[in-house]
Design a binder for this molecule. Structure first.
Ligand code: 13P
Ligand code: SF4
Length: 304
């Protein structure tokens, strides 16, 4: 970080006792300046335990909402309030309640890529890093999985003893990665391993050597003796993969793997947000308390 905007941001972070969190899909320069980068699980845990007075969340709206749910005494800033998630918008409370009414007593497992309101109407949350552990932690043999059909179906393969009711939501960015695009990359780089995110379509995940969350990809590539990887998730992940693995090569599986929402936040937005202490993300107390129960239940699931 050698620019003056970066220095101004750092000074304002110090002045306001603020912490800058950035998701692994953020622009390179935003990840570079962040105090903590991570996947949805790591960032929500960080939001829960930080001693800072202010959380500047470089990510999308549902992530900042999760921080506000877990840290009610802190101010949560989302530098780009228009950074949403189309998958999170694919389910409304009315639709979810109608589905629950059709399956009385069946617990709802909700991927964190969802609004605070949807979380408040759920039994337990999960992220892509802990979805399987969360599902296994349930004693019931049937569950409703919301909103990502691809993550849900990927998890379901490992727990054939449970019945799933899937919500048909999806991530448009990951679903733009086609089998043809992946096969083209595989034939261009026959010596590469293919890793992809479980938000990918099932026929794409079926081609992968490893399917995991964004943080799982860092761990896998660091530990692997392979030198070349075709990466099936949002392009922002390449920044840290390349930084941490100088001798290894990373190839994006498809040029379509760019989430327009994750690319909105610029350093100028972060600076403006710290200068104005806005936009603040809030959640009503009633929703917050209920959503927190679902998030806390997730955070209480033991790690392997
Ligand atoms: P993870 O960081 O949990 O793997 O998230 C993927 C994602 O799509 C976030 O929007
Ligand atoms: Fe939503 Fe997909 Fe973008 Fe993540 S990558 S924010 S799931 S649209």
């Amino acid at each position: 970080m050698n620019n003056s905007i970066g220095q101004e941001i750092r000074e304002l972070l110090k002045l306001h006792n603020a912490v800058l969190l950035a998701h692994n899909y953020m622009r390179d320069e935003v990840q570079e300046i962040a105090d903590i980068t991570g996947d949805s699980l790591a960032l929500s845990m960080e939001a829960a335990k930080t001693k800072a007075d202010v959380i500047v969340f470089c990510g999308v709206h549902f992530m900042a909402e999760s921080a506000a749910i877990l840290s009610p005494d802190k101010k949560v800033l989302l530098p780009r309030p228009d950074a949403g998630c189309p998958m999170a918008d694919m389910v409304t409370v009315e639709e979810l309640e109608a589905l629950k009414a059709k399956h009385p007593g069946v617990p709802v497992v909700t991927y964190v890529n969802s609004s605070a309101e949807i979380k408040a109407h759920s039994d337990i949350c999960c992220t892509s890093a802990n979805a399987l552990r969360v599902v296994r932690s349930l004693t019931e043999d049937e569950l409703i999985f919301v909103p990502d059909r691809n993550l849900g179906r990927w998890v379901a393969r490992f727990v054939p003893e449970k019945r799933f009711v899937f919500w048909e939501g999806f991530c448009p960015t990951h679903e733009r990665m086609t089998v043809e695009a992946v096969q083209r990359k595989k034939s261009e780089h026959p010596d590469a391993l293919f890793i992809c995110h479980p938000e990918s379509a099932p026929e794409v995940s079926a081609l992968a050597d490893h399917v995991c969350s964004t943080s799982g990809m860092y761990d896998y590539c660091r530990a692997s003796s392979a030198r070349k990887f075709i990466v099936g998730t949002e392009a922002g992940i390449l920044y840290k993969l390349r930084l941490e693995n100088p001798g290894k090569e990373f190839i994006l599986a498809s040029p379509a793997l760019i989430c327009p929402n994750m690319k909105l936040t610029s350093l100028e937005d972060v600076l403006y947000s710290l200068q104005t202490m806005s936009p603040v993300v809030t959640v009503t107390e009633e929703t917050r308390v209920k959503a927190r129960q679902a998030l806390d239940r997730m955070l209480a699931v033991p790690r392997d």
